[in-house]
Ligand binder design. Sequence first.
Ligand SMILES: Nc1ncnc2c1ncn2[C@@H]1O[C@H](COP(=O)(O)OP(=O)(O)OP(=O)(O)O)[C@@H](O)[C@H]1O
Ligand SMILES: [Mg+2]
Length: 214
Amino acid sequence: MNRLIKSIHQELLPELQIESLTPHNPVVVHQVPAPWRLLGTGNYAAVLYHPSYPDQVVKIYAPGRPGIVEELEVYCRLGSHPAFSKCLHAEETFLVLERLYGVTLYDCMHLGLRIPKQVIKDIDQALDYARGCGLHPHDVHGRNVMMCEGRGLVVDVSDFLHQGPCWAWDDLKKAYYWLYLPFFCPLRLRLPYFFLDVIRAAYRLYRRLVPRRS
Ligand SMILES: Nc1ncnc2c1ncn2[C@@H]1O[C@H](COP(=O)(O)OP(=O)(O)OP(=O)(O)O)[C@@H](O)[C@H]1O
Ligand SMILES: [Mg+2]
């Protein structure tokens, strides 16, 4: 771990260029120093790993994006559960997390991978577990949950201290049972990222116009 942290400070942070243009779209990473690899981006942070330490990832928040202290607090409260990562180290701008090996449900839709019901059930159970830890699962959307060998994982818990309502997971489950299982899954449709991003934007608009459930 010490060597990894040294490499983060000496190789990664001085070279990495990361920018958050808007809070509703993934951060843009302009430059990743070798041999570091970019694993994923969210609206607030970029996640990278070093090939010599493949089981750990570094989540670096873009300048000006808050939430790192809250995310650390969530990991402390979650303790150990197979569907969640763990925080191994924290500093002002980055966290070192246990790597989850899986494909986000968003990428599953792009790749045309079949998502079994068990994945949805595992995530439901994991979110119940989080509630039992005094947390409020929030912002559980397709890029924040993963499938790994037919099981479900929750890869991003950064908003679990927010107490406001969030329908993302309930809506995603409805889309899974009403659209994905009957139509998309049998046809093995692979959806281009452009199309997935249009759905994402349309959903955000829909939830702004219809913020509450009747
Ligand atoms: N522990 C992990 N193991 C493997 N991949 C990860 C891990 N954490 C994050 N990732 C990948 O990096 C992406 C971005 O991470 P994350 O969702 O935590 O960022 P974020 O900016 O907090 O996202 P959001 O926009 O949902 O707030 C994820 O969608 C996932 O692909
Ligand atoms: Mg995320």
